[in-house]
Design a binder for this molecule. Structure first.
Ligand code: IDP
Ligand code: MG
Length: 137
């Protein structure tokens, strides 16, 4: 069993895609082990995306991620990190395989609906960023 952190980003929440994202995870046999709605401050978003602090899009990304409510969830199952990344599709929706969330719904490389941890190391930073062990069942 493996856990990952996924987020329905502000654009996904605005487009009423919370259920759609969860449905796609569940249909691939993954289980939602924790879930909540919250809004990040700009500083929260900067902390979450600290690995990207040198990137040219850091300012814009952290403004976008703090502009409205998001849904954060822990997804659990076999090979969850890889499966969630497959279900999401490539970062840039133009490169994403049809049938992936980003291909189907994202408007551009920044506003791409969904987040998923890219490695076990990232998941072990990102899951406790949002959830205590008591909140993961
Ligand atoms: P990922 O979400 O597919 O793992 P990362 O490279 O980790 O992609 O980038 C984190 C997020 O930053 C992306 O999901 C996207 O919202 C944003 N982003 C990535 N590259 C760019 C870019 O070139 N311009 C603007 N935003 C970007
Ligand atoms: Mg990433």
């Amino acid at each position: 069993m493996e856990r990952t952190l996924s987020i329905v980003k502000p654009d996904g929440v605005k487009k009423n895609l919370i259920g759609e994202v969860i449905k796609r995870f569940e249909q691939r046999g993954l289980r939602i082990a924790a879930l909540k709605v919250l809004k990040l401050s700009k500083d929260d978003a900067k902390g979450f995306y600290i690995v990207h602090k040198e990137r040219p899009f850091y300012e814009s990304l952290t403004s976008f991620m703090s502009e409205g409510p998001i849904v954060v969830m822990v997804v659990e199952g076999k090979n969850t990190i890889k499966k969630v990344r497959e279900i999401m599709g490539a970062t840039n929706p133009k490169d994403a395989v049809p049938g992936t969330i980003r291909s189907d719904f994202a408007s551009d490389i920044e506003h791409n609906i969904v987040h998923g941890s890219d490695s076990k190391e990232s998941a072990s930073y990102e899951i406790p960023f949002f959830f205590s062990s008591l909140e993961i069942q």
